[in-house]
Ligand binder design. Structure first.
Ligand code: URP
Ligand code: ZN
Ligand code: ZN
Ligand code: ZN
Length: 481
């Protein structure tokens, strides 16, 4: 008989409900949910009294084993997914980079090789689109239908590296509409940023803070509004990754109010850290170089409000870790050479619970929706993942809200020599984590297996819930505002 586990005494929290119940796992699936379930003698019983039982976190935005900025991220699929599991995440969707002139399928195979035998939790891939030509057009439907890749990422920044032009973005949106995929954008005006960076360097500004000063929030708002309008014109769907500022959140809110299928993600770092931290002496600011950059503190309230009101729908970690020594210091004399990104995969759920739920900014159910269920729905994993229901994958986190701990590089599991949240006290901790019914973390100890994580083929994009009636595109005023 297959392994059975009964989790007893906890409070189940889904995106919609909170209730006391026991939960029986058999053959990697949730077999039963009910009150007073009786175990047979083959069933292991796990006491979860005082804890929340939530669907495993889904992190829709990670960069593992990725070459970037003249180096390769510090976390690969072994260390990155282990840290994710400690943080209560049981599925990640990682970004597969592509190269001009190379088949999409070759890049995808490369990413499969990076993950296979290493991942300890389940994973899927988004595919970057950096060019549009006959070959890409031919491969796109295959990627969705056969490979289970139903989301494409277009960069509007990183000029001369990843940046695509508006035509490529527009055509990707059209194809996504036709075949059933979700287009993701990194929304910043790469051309203007490139100019501002050159001007700052020419004036002798080399310190990390100038990374933020040369990427103003207005340029994120502008690119977000532009991408949203292109999506509207293509009658397609758009997901804006790592929203950092009021200007971008407003653009998303405005287009959603008009009925367009525009979705937005923000990240724990933008909700809790601000730009002033980048101005520290001794190059310390390099630890906090993200693109888009950390903003002035006032933007945090706008982001929390957008999460609360549903105008932003998901939390990604944008995990893209580089060591301070030996990697971030590539930009010691030139801020534009600091590898962009930071370590967040392990802290996503905890920070959102502690800063969000425990501080009364979002509800328990919103927390689950933001960290798991909504990403599952948008990226074609629902209902297999992202909820607690009979027949779904037993991806389950036992979260103890009574534990208080301090985030530190001394105790984290990410393969990186600093924590962006060093010293932050957080309320609540994922104590036990199961992926398809198998323990990955038990009582805060790792008992998973490298290679146990499986690739998940994702379904096509399906908006699911009905959207309000739409205004004709001619009614949208303003272009690049
Ligand atoms: O700074 C960041 N966000 N690094 C990761 C790459 C990206 O733009 O998402
Ligand atoms: Zn990005
Ligand atoms: Zn300066
Ligand atoms: Zn990213």
């Amino acid at each position: 008989m297959s392994k059975r586990t009964l989790i007893r005494g906890g409070i189940l929290v889904t995106a919609s409900d909170t209730f006391e119940a026991d939960i029986l796992i058999a053959a990697g699936k949730i077999a039963q949910i009910g009150i007073g379930l009786i175990p047979d003698d083959q069933t292991e019983v796990l006491d979860a009294t005082g804890c929340y039982i939530i669907p495993g976190g889904i992190d829709p935005h990670t960069h593992l084993d990725m070459p970037f900025g003249g180096t390769v991220t510090a976390d690969d699929f072994a260390t990155g997914t282990t840290a994710a599991a400690f943080g209560g995440t049981t599925t990640i969707i990682d970004f597969c980079l592509t190269q001009k002139g190379r088949r999409l399928s070759e890049s995808l195979q490369e990413w499969h090789r990076k993950a296979q035998g290493k991942a300890v939790i389940d994973y899927g891939f988004h595919l970057m689109i950096g060019e549009m030509n006959e070959q890409v057009l031919e491969e796109l439907p295959q990627m969705i239908e056969e490979e289970g890749v139903s989301s494409f990422k277009v960069f509007m920044a990183y000029k001369n590296q990843f940046q695509a032009d508006d035509g490529i973005l527009f055509q990707t949106l059209q194809k996504a509409k036709e075949y059933g995929a979700l287009v993701m954008v990194h929304a910043e005006n790469g051309d203007v940023i490139d100019l501002l960076v050159k001007q700052a360097l020419a004036e002798g500004h080399t310190a990390p803070i100038h990374h933020a000063l040369t990427r103003p929030s207005m340029l994120e708002g502008e690119a977000t509004g532009r991408a949203a309008r292109l999506a509207a014109l293509a009658d397609s769907q758009l997901y804006v990754v790592h929203v950092t500022c009021a200007e971008a959140a407003e653009q998303i809110a405005r287009m959603r109010e008009m009925g367009y299928r525009i979705w937005g993600e923000t990240c724990p770092q933008y909700l809790t850290l601000d730009q002033s931290i980048m101005d520290q002496p001794d190059f310390e600011g390099a630890k906090y170089v993200w693109s888009p950059p950390l903003r002035e503190k006032g933007h945090q309230e706008a982001l929390w409000n957008a999460l609360q009101s549903g105008q932003l729908q998901t939390i990604g970690s944008d995990h893209c870790s580089f060591n301070f020594k030996g990697q971030k210091d590539l930009g010691k004399d030139d801020f534009s050479k600091i590898p962009n990104g930071g370590p967040v995969i392990e802290d996503r759920l905890s920070i959102l619970y502690s800063e969000g739920v425990a501080k009364g900014r979002i509800s328990l159910n919103q927390w689950v929706d933001l960290c798991s269920t909504r990403a599952s729905k948008l990226f074609g994993l629902f209902p297999q993942k992202g909820t607690l229901a009979v027949g779904t994958d037993a991806d389950i986190v036992i979260f103890d809200p009574s534990v208080t701990r301090v985030i530190s590089a001394e105790t984290h599991h990410m393969n990186v020599d600093y924590s962006a949240f060093e010293g932050m006290q957080v309320q609540g901790c994922p104590v036990t984590v199961l992926c398809r019914g198998e323990y990955v973390v038990r009582d805060r100890q790792y008992i998973g297996n490298a290679g146990a994580g499986k690739y998940v083929k994702r379904n096509k994009y399906d908006a699911g819930a009905p959207i309000p009636p739409r205004q004709p595109v001619t009614a949208i005023h303003g272009g690049r505002n």
